[in-house]
Write a protein of this length. Sequence first.
Length: 79
Amino acid sequence: MCLSVPSKVVEIHDDATVTVDTLGVKRQVSCHLISDPLELGDFVLIHIGFVMNKIDHNDAQESLELYRQIITEMQLESE
């Protein structure tokens, strides 16, 4: 099973790639598999280095909040 964390587009490049921020981690990914144009601030789902689709801002925020809660709970359990 694969979980995709919403990533925010923070840079758009001329070579059909974008830089995304995923919970504070930035990386450059390909846009070759998506036909929708991307803009700064869009939220996307990534799979193996490719943007698969754009997602709604509110849905992305809800998902990110759940991931943050899970991370916090895991950190508390390990202490």
